[in-house]
Design a protein around this ligand. Structure first.
Ligand code: C5P
Length: 417
């Protein structure tokens, strides 16, 4: 395999010499591209000697070879370690001011970043936003390890061990699909698994211009799809109307109505290991859809709209799964409000039983809560009767907890054979 190893300007660059060794000893052809700053920590001679290939960091070296185009195009895999805050920022904003960033823009294969920096820099909103941007484009950004940093400080920010980066890189290059065993399982717990997720809100047409819809933005479903993808899964996203774009690297199936969503989910769920119903599905649809725009009438009588019930897709997915006896985890969402007769959790427990799904992610809704917001607060209920698990934060934080829980549940209930 042809690997480009980008090296950022951090002290952890010295550890990347061992990573390079692991790649070459496994028979891979590695071209190292250090940044200017990286060569202050480890010199070009070291990279050339260990890789057996010439090393440059300038687009003006070997111009006839057009290296800034060729290296990215030819690479089966690009690994960047240590990925400094500066390098993540430059990659996220698509800059092309040295050979490594040019190469990243030309990449056609998988790209993996292994960050290393001080905890404050890693946790800074700017760095986190850059990481999120890269992940949303399908780039794998590993979490840094925790522990002793360069000075007297310690915390998250250490470069993951060379062996861990090596395992993650090879799992990624294998297309993540058949890599869900051994070491890589810790980093990609859903490798080799297929996850189908519905997101957004359905729209039920009344006439050619009007519909009955709901306030769902699709943000939580999209965050779940991105988190499942980052955990190594093959993701199918069945999207009803969404206000946010689908993440890169997932199969997108667009639908409009509840009946279309039902069709798409039943077909995508076949062969999936996990099915998540995060979409807000209209419970009712107009009994008749007018072929022409409904007009105001001269006699001042107003139209009456008769509604009919839509099928409960989640319930049906569970029934299909049970009939077929497949090893599939079905996860529902519930937006609940409490009232004089019961609190949110009581209603949610009843819903979990009624729907028959394995996990139910419950959020407490009100006029200003959940729909369209960037933050969410949920409780995960399990059919197995485990203690309810709470999670709150951004919809991405909540998605990470839900996907973690699903991964754990999956390996417990349906371990890999
Ligand atoms: O019954 P309720 O709408 O509260 O249930 C919410 C859960 O059921 C969500 O997972 C939602 O996607 C799903 N649902 C469904 N079909 C419907 C209504 C809701 O699958 N017709």
């Amino acid at each position: 395999m042809r690997i480009v190893l980008g090296v950022g300007g951090g002290i952890a660059a010295y550890k990347v010499a061992s990573l390079l060794r692991l790649f070459t000893e496994a028979g891979h052809d590695v071209t190292v591209i250090p940044t200017e700053a990286a060569t202050r920590f480890v010199g070009v001679a070291t990279w050339e000697a260990l890789s057996g290939n010439p090393v440059s960091n300038s687009v003006f070296d070997d111009v006839p070879l057009v290296n800034h185009v060729r290296l990215g195009h030819e690479a089966d895999l690009i690994v960047v370690a240590p990925a400094t805050a500066d390098l993540l920022a430059r990659a996220a904003t698509g800059q092309a001011n040295d050979l490594l960033t040019n190469t990243l823009l030309m990449a056609r294969g998988p790209v993996l970043f292994a960050p290393a920096m001080h905890t404050e820099m890693w946790q800074h909103a700017a760095t986190q936003a850059n990481v999120e941007t890269l992940r949303s484009r399908g780039v794998t950004v590993l979490e840094p390890a925790s522990g002793r940093l360069t000075g007297s400080d310690s915390g998250p920010g250490r470069l993951p061990e060379p062996e861990a980066i090596f395992d993650a890189a090879l799992a990624l290059a294998d297309g993540l699909r058949d890599a869900g065993t051994g070491e890589s399982e810790g980093i990609f717990p859903l490798a080799g698994r297929t996850v189908t997720i519905s997101a957004g809100g359905t729209r039920e047409p009344l006439d050619p211009v009007r519909f009955l819809g709901n306030r769902s933005s699709g943000k939580q479903g999209v965050a779940l799809a991105a988190a499942a993808r980052d955990a190594g899964a093959t993701v199918r996203l069945v999207a009803a109307h969404m206000e946010v774009p689908a993440p890169a690297g997932v199969e997108l199936i667009e639908v409009e109505t509840a009946l279309q969503l039902r069709e798409a989910m039943l077909s995508a769920a076949a062969g999936s290991d996990v099915v998540i119903m995060a979409a807000a599905v209209a419970d009712f649809r107009p009994a008749d859809v007018s072929g022409t725009k409904i007009k105001k009438r001269d006699d001042h009588t107003d139209p009456v709209i008769t509604l009919v019930r839509n099928p409960d897709i989640l319930h049906e997915l569970v029934a299909v799964r049970d009939d077929a006896g497949t090893s599939q985890l079905v996860v529902g969402f519930a937006a609940e409000t409490g009232d004089a007769h019961g609190d949110v959790l009581e209603y949610a427990e009843a819903k979990l039983k009624r729907k028959g799904c394995d996990l139910l992610v419950v959020n407490h809704v009100g006029a200003d809560k959940v729909f369209g917001q960037d933050h969410n607060s949920v409780v995960i209920l399990s059919r197995g009767g485990a203690e309810p698990q709470s999670a709150s934060g951004s919809k991405h934080d909540v998605a990470a907890v839900v996907i973690d829980r699903i991964s754990a549940e999956l390996s417990r209930v349906f371990p890999r054979t």
